[in-house]
Design a protein around this ligand. Structure first.
Ligand code: 13P
Ligand code: SF4
Length: 336
């Protein structure tokens, strides 16, 4: 059994163990989590797509870039990452000596899953003159095959750090890649991956909503498909969208991204109206099922028992760190 299989098996068992633990319903989880943070010198980092309770107890809430930057500079002994696996893995890559735990190890990402390293390696080998720019929503295996990583808030700066004539492979998000090709005039070769949440929005239903709310602005994450982006009044990362709703003078917004971000939008501007963009069926598909695997209960348990823990092979970690460091450097130079 190799290291990763062993680790997976251990964590699967840990997860089953957790399911068996019945928490006392009178336990004040908010207070307990605060207590554990102090006792263990832990920092709790949460993505905007986490459930409101988790956001409310976090030390830092951010988009993928903000979270990576915060993880890089922490002096806590333990990083508790309320997000999905690739985010916690990035924190571990940047902080090998710290313990990194995640409430649910199975919190994955459809975009990351759409790009398996062996297939991507074969693809990359067909274009030896291309550099590889990968969106942070990918596994450490993909990061290790990349020249530089980007997030939705620094992707333009990262792509434009290469000369215009430099051929580029962009992975794994074809929607984000197509959007960047459009705004930079590049012709990057795109891996055929997508996020299950951002591909679900219905153009027809959004059009109908716009008719009923003529003053509402459509704001969209660049992981959305081109027809939605073409209709959008503003396109940005989760932090970008949040900042826009705080500085823009409109009172109503149709929000085309995962619903978790609405919590901070409503907190920052309670007088404004935020309408989640509707999916093309009746399910709650604009809730990310991976992000929403994390709950306050699992968060408490992972802090108490300090698992499941993110563990990594050192060779893979070092190979994956290089393109992340390059991204952080470009972001710093761009003032991001
Ligand atoms: P950002 O937080 O970088 O905007 O990314 C959104 C996302 O889909 C994370 O999984
Ligand atoms: Fe992945 Fe999409 Fe969920 Fe983000 S919202 S974690 S990209 S599946």
């Amino acid at each position: 059994m190799n290291i990763q299989t062993l680790e997976t098996a251990k964590n699967e068992l840990d997860q089953i163990g957790f399911l068996d633990i019945e928490l006392d319903p009178t336990l004040d989880l908010f207070a307990e989590i605060e207590k554990l943070k102090k006792e263990k010198n832990a920092i709790l980092l949460a993505h905007y797509y986490q459930e409101p309770d988790i956001q409310d107890v976090a030390d830092y809430i951010g988009d993928s870039l903000g979270l990576a930057q915060r993880a890089e500079k922490t002096d806590a002994d333990m990083i508790v990452f309320a997000g999905v696996h690739f985010m916690a893995e990035t924190a571990k890559i940047l902080n090998p000596s710290k313990k990194v735990v995640i409430p649910d190890l199975k919190a994955g990402c459809s975009l990351s899953d759409s790009c398996p390293p062996p297939l991507f390696k074969e693809f990359k080998e067909q274009y030896p003159d291309h550099v590889v720019v990968s969106y942070i929503n990918c596994s450490a295996g993909i990061k290790a095959l990349s020249d530089v990583i980007c997030t939705s808030s620094n992707v333009k700066a990262v792509v434009e750090s290469f000369p215009k004539e430099q051929p580029i492979i962009f992975a794994p998000d074809k929607n984000l890649g197509a959007y960047i090709n459009k705004i930079t005039g590049r012709k990057m070769l795109l891996w055929n991956g997508a996020c299950m949440v951002h591909e679900i929005f219905s153009l027809e239903k959004i059009t109908k909503l716009k008719v009923r709310h003529p003053n509402a602005k459509l704001i969209a994450h660049p992981e959305c498909e081109d027809p939605i982006l073409r209709m959008a009044d503003f396109i940005g990362s989760t932090t970008g969208l949040l900042k826009y709703t705080q500085t823009d003078s409109s009172q109503e917004y149709i929000v085309a991204t995962e619903t978790g971000i609405l919590h901070q939008m409503m907190k920052a501007a309670p007088q404004k109206t935020f309408i989640p963009a509707p999916p093309d069926n009746s399910c709650a598909c604009n809730d990310c099922p991976h992000m929403k695997r994390n709950t306050l209960e699992k968060l408490y348990l992972c802090m108490e028992y300090e698992e499941p823990e993110i563990l990594m092979d050192e060779e893979l970690r070092l190979a994956a760190k290089k393109p992340i460091d390059r991204m952080l450097e470009i972001s710093k130079m761009a003032g991001l």
